[in-house]
Design a protein around this ligand. Structure first.
Ligand code: ADP
Length: 219
């Protein structure tokens, strides 16, 4: 927790400097620098997300995590996140199946972390399959979200442990392991539990996975 907290200040400054640099490079219109600055900003963003996950884990463990709830349209949040992830992952097509507006009362930022984690995983674990589909809708008083990829898939034996802290699937002998800490799904699980929702996965090994979560709907 202390390390993550100390890292927040320099990373925030770095982010600020890179934003300034981005404005300057846009003006100079040099495609090489524009590209490099965009990549640097993307990496800083990834680092920020990681630091936030470490802080969230230590807060969870000390029971200090609290939800700041508000009532909002969850469809707008999904669109925002997909646009953001789509821009930085041109090798994947994230298809959003439209739905009517659905209102939930929840911690918008934390639910955003869950959606973002699931989408990032779909991209990360399907390096050679472009298509990712996102569905959302309402049934029996619950909002249901799902993200379907056509990637690596998960073996039956790993499915039950997937949401455990630090759990990572050991990859096939011939494939290098995709880097990660095994914290994303653990955080998703804890956040959804605290909102009285459910989270689960259905998967076919080597064919792809669909991750689901639900949240109570506000009328
Ligand atoms: P990390 O990605 O940092 O390892 P996560 O907690 O997000 O941590 O995921 C835990 C494990 O679940 C991953 O290591 C990976 O093996 C598996 N996993 C998660 N999402 C997917 C997916 N969409 N397809 C296949 N495997 C997945």
């Amino acid at each position: 927790a202390i390390a993550s907290h100390e890292l927040k200040t320099p990373i925030t400054s770095l982010q600020g400097y890179l934003e300034l640099l981005a404005v300057k490079t846009e003006k100079n219109n040099d495609p090489f620098f524009i590209n490099i600055v965009a990549r640097a900003r993307n990496q800083v963003k990834r680092m920020t997300t990681l630091i936030h996950s470490f802080l969230d884990v230590s807060r969870l463990e000390s029971g200090k995590i609290h939800l700041e709830t508000q009532t909002f349209n969850i469809g707008d949040l999904i669109t925002e996140i997909i646009t953001d992830i789509g821009e930085t992952n041109p090798d994947h097509d994230i298809i959003l199946h439209p739905t009517s507006p659905i209102t939930v009362t929840a911690d918008r930022e934390k639910i955003g972390e869950v959606i973002s984690n699931l989408l990032h995983n779909a991209v990360k674990y399907s390096p050679s399959a472009r298509k990712i589909e996102v569905f959302s809708g309402e049934s029996n008083g619950y909002f249901e979200f799902s993200v379907k990829d056509l990637g690596a898939g998960i073996k039956e034996k790993d499915i039950n442990k997937l949401f455990d802290r630090f759990y990572r699937v050991v990859s096939a002998e011939d494939k290098p392991t995709i880097p990660g800490f095994g914290l994303g799904l653990y955080l998703c699980y804890e956040i959804i539990q605290r909102h009285k929702g459910k989270i689960w996965v259905k998967s076919d090994f080597s064919k792809g996975s669909t991750f689901y979560f639900t949240l109570p709907v506000t009328h």
